[in-house]
Design a protein around this ligand. Sequence first.
Ligand code: ADP
Ligand code: MG
Length: 332
Amino acid sequence: MGEFDLIERYFKRPAKRAALGVGDDCALLQPRPGTQLAISSDMLVEGRHFLSTVDPFKLGHKALAVNLSDLAACGAQPLAFTLALALPQADDAWLAPFSRGLLALADLHGCELIGGDTTQGPLNICITVFGEVPVVQGRSQALLRSGAQAGDDLYVSGTVGDARLALEVFRGTLSVPESVFETARSRLEAPTPRVALGLALRGIATAAIDVSDGLLGDLGHVLKQSGVGATVNTDSAITLIAARAHCTCGTGQFGTEILPDQWLAWALAGGDDYELLFTAPPSARTLVALAAQISQTRVTCIGQIEATPGLRLVDDQAKPLANRWHAFDHFA
Ligand code: ADP
Ligand code: MG
């Protein structure tokens, strides 16, 4: 199978929303009047972002999911995406499930594959997504990292920490019951981008970011860009791990029970969560609850934004905890 057969077979479909899709030198995308394009790229590299043994269907899903998560964090409606793919060989047994996983999620969000590039090389997947954000009375409705205000509540969607738990099981540092592992594994391999929540939060949230490198690290970006600080309740944060509710019986590397501190580390700095972290004023609590309901997404308040810069951690008794957690950094 040659390069063009491969594109034709796995990645070319009739254009719906785009003015021109796969097949020419450029795709053509027509944003609707009164909208801005929101654009984001994310790359997945074998060995760095995924294991070589991962199911290609799930990998196709995840490659697009992590990109859609950025659109969600911006409150953008997905429109289209491009796919730059380096492959060791043109292998149908890999390409068929990969493109099915990718295009199934694309269809779910009405996000069209409009172009890309295909080359031989070590497996590497780079997607660029395009989304649409309305401009109302000259103001973009995009959710930004820079809008958090002192006094705002701090929320996280869904669950966090489970992807990291699954990664530790894969690494062999941990063993947990099969049912717990499967829950955690689906969070690592097939995250759900919170697109509907992002859209529902337009005009309600003051700031938003998607949690990809760990909750506290990504919160740090919001605090820095908004020029504010925050207090996070660690007892609330620990409830965000789905697996913990099902598992008080896991054992660590040395056959010991998983300690609260370990759970907390995964919740606060686990990474690969693809949930939304956002802020909104207390006056918008009812609207936030409504947005959660409309998007059928769980939302938990884990703290408050404050004028004093810096990040403070406290438990339910308001006892301060030292922050020992660091965000993931590829070059640290
Ligand atoms: P060019 O040589 O002009 O860069 P290519 O020959 O690389 O174009 O690609 C031919 C067409 O196929 C282009 O429309 C391009 O966007 C599309 N394409 C290439 N690779 C992919 C891919 N992995 N997924 C979707 N479209 C692709
Ligand atoms: Mg090309």
